[in-house]
Design a protein around this ligand. Structure first.
Ligand SMILES: [Zn+2]
Length: 211
């Protein structure tokens, strides 16, 4: 009951399928959708100012061997281990205020999910922390997790970080608290999924959400 109330307050749930709340009635659904759309429109205004340059992120990934072509000889002695599980949303509830892709002539390499300052940011999948600091210009307090030999997730603009470089984390474990640090004008998480350094649309990997 508590969970359902919390979800309605933020209008959106990112629960894995097995924990999904029972399907609401169609009418309640459309009211929820209308409220969500209105709030999303408001939140989009301030997220239009977020401008991020991916260069510092690529440096971190390169240092951690996340590019298949990083080896100059082209010789890869080990088979790339691929994580076969799913990626969960990094928040229990929130509003997607900006999608992945082209934005005002520049590429937006992730999706922005707005929610209240301080709410838990969760590891999208199990992995190793390869970055947890505030030295990537524009990203504020940021965490980068490595899930297999090719895939990483990134969580930017956090209020505070709760993990350290080298630490192992489980899927769904809290890694940070949501904030608005770095180049950000309102509380949100800028979330990226990269494969061999290249950003992919997180929605293609995340559990399906109706929003
Ligand atoms: Zn963003």
């Amino acid at each position: 009951m508590l969970r359902r109330t919390a979800c309605l307050a933020l209008l959106l749930c990112f629960a894995p399928p097995s924990f999904a709340a029972p399907k609401p009635k169609a009418s309640a659904d459309s009211v929820e959708q209308a409220g969500y759309n209105k709030r999303k429109k408001e939140l989009k205004k301030y997220h239009e100012k977020e401008q991020l340059d991916e260069k510092p992120v690529l440096e971190v990934l390169k240092d951690n061997g996340m590019f298949a072509s990083a080896d100059a000889s082209g010789f890869r002695p080990f088979k790339v281990r691929v994580y076969g599980g799913f990626y969960r949303w990094p928040l229990k509830a929130g509003i997607v205020s900006s999608e992945f892709g082209k934005r005002w002539g520049k590429r937006h390499e992730g999706i922005d999910i707005a929610a209240d300052e301080g709410v838990p940011i969760l590891a999208s999948a199990g992995g190793t922390v390869i970055y947890a600091d505030d030295k990537l210009r524009g990203y504020g307090n940021v965490v980068i997790l490595r899930h297999d030999d090719a895939t990483t997730t990134l969580y930017a603009h956090n209020q505070k970080l709760l993990v350290q470089k080298g630490q192992q984390v489980k899927a769904g474990e809290q890694i940070a608290a949501l904030g608005s640090t770095g180049h950000s004008t309102g509380p949100h998480v800028h979330f990226e999924i990269r494969v061999k350094g290249k950003a992919v649309n997180p929605r293609k990997k995340l559990i399906k959400s109706k929003f």
